[in-house]
Design a protein around this ligand. Structure first.
Ligand code: SAM
Length: 196
């Protein structure tokens, strides 16, 4: 499927239903916290332009970003692996993926992302980091190992909306001379990391 009108309309409806759900939750952890539509579109465009073959997403939630990334990666003949600690959310995301015929390019993984990152040996062209921000510093050594040294890129969401919570992580990355970084004012703020 290319980026059809059916896909875009369904994504718009899904986003509205997630926003409504989140508005009813008083507890932050219960909210789905899906990425902004602008960010999802931008990231999907990156995958299309980079022709990414191996994509990793940390934080599936109900799959809003996953579906956008999967739509792009299907066109670039690649695959996406997405990690989520809550099996109910993964199940929900899986249903939408089946409905949109994107399940064939998505590997859903349920568990603590830290365990996946510690054991995975693959190299990724594209990584989206969108989970619990206080874990990012612990993920960082593994992300460096998994990121393709020539053309790999990591995007971290919420670096403007929750700047204080990612401050230390951003400082660690920025102070490492082996990396190029950039903060993009898209959606909640995307931080971009590549090897020099
Ligand atoms: C901000 S939401 C992800 C939103 C999703 N990327 C989207 O745009 O639709 C963060 C998700 O990370 C999950 N999460 C939190 N801690 C995790 C962990 N240690 N391992 C895997 N997933 C985790 C949460 O359950 C939550 O669904």
């Amino acid at each position: 499927m290319s980026m059809s009108e059916t896909f875009q309309n369904r994504m718009r409806d899904l986003y509205q239903s997630f926003i409504k759900f989140d508005a009813l939750q008083s507890n932050r952890i219960q909210r789905y916290r899906n990425i902004e539509p602008d960010s999802a579109l931008f990231l999907a465009m990156q995958i299309r332009m980079q022709q990414s073959k191996s994509v990793l997403e940390i934080g599936t939630s109900t799959g809003y970003s996953t579906l956008w990334l999967a739509n792009a990666v299907q066109i670039s003949s690649g695959r996406i692996t997405t990690l989520e600690i809550d099996p109910a959310r993964t199940q929900q995301a899986q249903q939408y993926a089946q409905e949109l015929e994107l399940d064939g390019v998505i590997d859903f993984w349920v568990g603590d992302a830290q365990a996946f990152l510690e054991s995975d040996e693959q190299q990724y062209d594209f990584i989206l980091l969108d989970a619990e921000r206080d874990a990012y510093i612990d993920y960082w050594p593994y992300l460096q190992k998994l990121l393709h040294p020539q053309h790999g890129v990591i995007f971290v969401d919420n670096v403007i909306s929750h700047a204080g919570e990612v401050k230390q992580f951003i400082e660690i990355v920025k102070s490492d001379a082996r990396f190029m970084t950039m903060t993009l004012s898209i959606g909640a703020g995307l931080f971009m990391i590549c090897y020099k």
